[in-house]
Design a protein around this ligand. Structure first.
Ligand SMILES: *Cc1c(COP(=O)(O)O)cnc(C)c1O
Length: 802
């Protein structure tokens, strides 16, 4: 987009007048935001229409990415960037006496996701547009997001996330594209011709699925993809009671509040089928508009299942091909498998979704019939080859349950994990039998992030420094960041890098003061752990380290550096233990932050309501990136990638993508510690870990642990006891105590390294320089290449040997 700041300013004033019949001077910040967004929508409309038209060419292959969550964050800043208007808009608003950042801050974060899974889906949407892949998102338009987190007396309280209250400027309701999703009822199979049964559905509950489309603007390439969000509505013609109506609107009322363990049952299954059925019906309808018949469907359509939540897609596509398109089972199955692919996101057994057969069969009778037939044919083919026991272990139906992960693997031509270690562990543990059966279906696609959002938009000071130092090629190809290596002994550059970090830390310090009333020193180490609160992510290890550090400071030890430990984390409302950890962190923060005797050598800032927009403020200011999950538990992680791109030094266990980060930056530019995944597995196998004995024989651990129960941290009576018990009585499932000393030694190394600013900057430089390979642009190209057979129109070229 070419437009001068003057013209932009004029267009902005006009837009405010047109949209709100008010002058810019008397417009509210909300109105200013909406006016800017309207301008972006207008600038973008033609490209969006043209992109859709191009994708409708019968020879073009399209990807449909199904995810129960998306976590996009704000759009306006990124859209301006992608249209090439960010600097223009900033200048124009300055001319008008406004600050663009203030206007951008008005935008609400959509409440459509919980954490890493949803954020990845959104990064992929951004990346597919950037490289010009025909990528469509399919998700749900939740009325309420997770929850707004607040702390009262240190405890998490959950307030409704009413994110749609003032409407959502980026969406377009597409009533003419609505479809009907059927639940319940019963199925009649009528013989219509030799050997063929026509399914007729009776007494179904029909739910209207109305799509809302959100544009996904590519980076300076004219591509605009679509994220389609489905809303459940009562069909206009139906006679229903209030309760029945509510049951329907409940389907998209709220986001399920956990992204790694599964608890809620019936409603969740309704959500999943609603998403899948609406999405696939709409794909098939569109396909039929542009193609003669369905036989080449898999040549032109790739449907991706992001984790098991949309796995019922296997049976839904079969249903449509069998019941609506009247294909034979053979034909339908072959098309289904060639069309579908599946990403596994976790090794946790409890996160592999399973549904009790009575629940499943009553809610989705036809789908259940189809799964029975899939299961029957699977057994018929593989029992003679592999034996009964093997097949029983992995068949889609077993133990009275429908096993969604197994259905997904059986019905997909490609299955992937999200980091090298994770894929290896998938192949050797949870999906081991499947790997033996279909080794050719498995691949690894390491997660990625979008450097446009995390560096170009969120980290202006670093972006400017990079432009000045190595030119702006990195903005289109982040591998160009490697040319930073030539500055590793350039003291002027290293000093400038430290100065940008300092500026970002001042910014965050102001935010912390505003939010918590806590004054922190930008010269302190800003140590950051931001992610959902989970036992396996081990925020508790960080906390025990802090207790130890505090005790040492109280005892008069000189630790050489000041530290601020920054946390951001929501706990699922029903996850009692995670909430206890939140209370512990806040109680410790309260004590340490108010203890003048340690002279602010140590402070804790737990910022409430962590989300994408907050991450954009924290990440540029981070010195240390805490990635300390128990090895073998974190599938990939992506905050590790965002933080390295911002020049934070990674402090990590050898888990998920941390291993690939170490390989990228080299062992001297990262601090790793702790048990390896193999060592953890060996302890679990041999059952030889004894946390009580370990703690008892260790005076430091004894001293740290007793602080949980001896009253020395005010306000944690039962919480402290429960956490103590989890470690000692219940034998510390996540090996926190086993890794404690290694963790503290690693932190001590960080302390020493930080005291040599130029050396520290050299590590930061290595992190930034090697962060390019973790761009989601490469990740989606990997999927395109190895899984979807879809080529980008604006490929990002790996110009060397990544
Ligand atoms: C990146 C991101 C995550 C994922 O963080 P991990 O540390 O990889 O679990 C979660 N939430 C938000 C808001 C994010 O931006």
């Amino acid at each position: 987009m070419q437009i001068t700041p003057d013209k932009f300013a004029q267009a902005f004033e006009d837009e405010v007048m047109r949209s709100f019949a008010t002058s810019l001077r008397s417009a509210t910040p909300d109105q200013q935001f909406v006016a800017l967004a309207n301008m972006v929508k207008r600038y973008n409309a033609k490209d969006w229409a043209a992109t859709k038209q191009a994708y409708d060419q019968p020879t073009r292959k399209q990807v449909y990415y199904f995810s129960i969550e998306f976590l996009p964050g704000r759009f306006l800043g990124d859209y301006l960037l992608n249209l090439g208007l960010l600097d223009t808009a900033r200048e124009a608003l300055t001319q008008l006496g406004l600050n663009l950042e203030d206007v951008l801050a008005v935008e609400v974060d959509p409440g459509l996701g919980n954490g890493g899974l949803g954020r990845l889906a959104s990064a992929f949407m951004d990346a597919m547009a950037a490289v010009g892949m025909a990528g469509n998102g399919n998700g749900l338009r939740y009325r309420y997001g997770l929850f707004q987190q607040d702390f009262v007396n240190g405890y998490q309280v959950e307030l409704p996330d009413d994110w749609l209250r003032n409407g959502y400027v980026w969406e377009t309701r597409k009533e003419n594209r609505a479809v009907s999703v059927k639940f319940g009822g019963w199925v009649e199979l009528q013989p219509v011709r030799q050997g063929y049964l026509q399914a007729r559905y009776h007494d179904t509950e029909d739910v209207l699925a109305v799509p809302y489309d959100v544009p996904m603007i590519g980076y300076r390439n004219g591509v605009v993809n679509t994220l389609r969000l489905w809303q459940a509505e009562v069909p206009t013609t139906s006679m229903m009671t209030g309760t029945q109506r509510e049951e329907i609107t409940d389907i998209t009322r709220g986001l399920y509040p956990d992204d790694s363990t599964e608890e809620g049952r019936r409603l969740r299954l309704r959500q999943e089928y609603f998403l899948v059925s609406a999405g696939i019906q709409s794909i098939v309808r569109n396909y039929r508009r542009t193609h003669v018949d369905l036989f080449d469907f898999a040549k032109h359509v790739a449907i991706h299942i992001n984790d098991t939540h949309p796995a019922v897609a296997v049976a839904e596509l079969m249903r449509i091909l069998l019941d609506d398109a009247h294909m034979s089972w053979q034909q339908a199955w072959s098309i289904t498998v060639q069309t579908l692919s599946y990403t596994n996101h976790t090794l946790l057994q409890e996160a592999l979704e399973k549904w009790s057969i009575p629940l499943f069969a009553s809610l989705l009778p036809r789908i259940y019939q189809i799964i029975q037939e899939i299961d029957r044919r699977f057994r018929e083919k593989y029992v003679p080859l592999r034996g009964e026991a093997f097949v029983n272990r992995i068949a889609p139906l077993g133990d009275g349950q429908v096993r969604m992960a197994y259905l997904a693997v059986l019905g997909s031509h490609a299955i992937n994990g999200v980091a090298k270690l994770h894929t290896t562990l998938l192949e050797s543990s949870v999906l081991r039998d499947w790997y033996q059966l279909f080794p050719e279906r498995f691949s690894n696609q390491t997660n990625g992030i979008t450097p446009r959002r995390w560096i170009q938009t969120a980290d202006q000071p670093l972006s400017d420094l990079l432009d000045q130092t190595i030119g702006d090629a990195w903005r289109t190809n982040p591998l160009a960041l490697r040319s930073l290596h030539q500055y590793q002994d350039d003291d002027a550059f290293l000093t400038a890098l430290n100065q940008t970090k300092h500026a970002n830390k001042q910014h965050l310090a102001a935010m912390i003061q505003h939010s918590l009333g806590l004054v922190v020193d930008p010269n302190a180490i800003f140590d950051v752990q931001i992610k959902r609160l989970h036992a396996y992510k081990r925020q508790l290890l960080n906390v025990l380290g802090l207790i130890d550090r505090y005790q040492r400071l109280k005892a008069g030890e000189d630790l050489g550096v000041k530290r601020v430990h920054i946390f951001g984390a929501k706990a699922a409302p029903g996850y009692y233990y995670a909430k206890e950890i939140i209370k512990l962190i806040n109680a410790l923060a309260d004590q340490i932050n108010h203890d003048p005797s340690i002279n602010q050598q140590l402070q804790i800032a737990f910022l409430p309501n962590y989300g994408v927009s907050m991450a954009e403020q924290i990440i540029p200011a981070a010195d240390v990136s805490e990635q300390i999950s128990l090895a073998g538990m974190e599938a990939s992680g992506t905050s590790n990638m965002k933080l390295m791109a911002a020049g934070a030094v990674t402090l990590a266990t050898l888990d998920g993508a941390n291993i690939e980060i170490r390989d990228a930056v080299g062992p001297d530019a990262i601090v790793t510690f702790g048990l390896t995944a193999d060592e953890v597995a060996a302890h679990q196998r041999q059952q030889d870990y004894d946390a009580r004995a370990l703690a008892a024989s260790d005076p430091v651990l004894t001293r740290v642990l007793s602080a949980l129960v001896d009253g020395s941290i005010p306000g944690i009576e039962s919480v402290g006891r429960d956490i103590y018990d989890s470690l000692i009585r219940y034998n510390d499932d996540y090996f926190v105590l086993a890794d404690f000393h290694a963790y503290q030694a690693a932190q001590k190394r960080i302390d020493l390294l930080y005291q040599e600013p130029l050396n520290w900057a050299r590590m930061a430089l290595a992190s930034i320089a090697e962060s390019g390979r973790f761009s989601a642009d490469f990740t989606v190209q990997g999927y395109g290449n190895q899984i979807w057979s879809v080529a980008p129109t604006h490929p990002l070229v790996k110009d060397d040997d990544v």
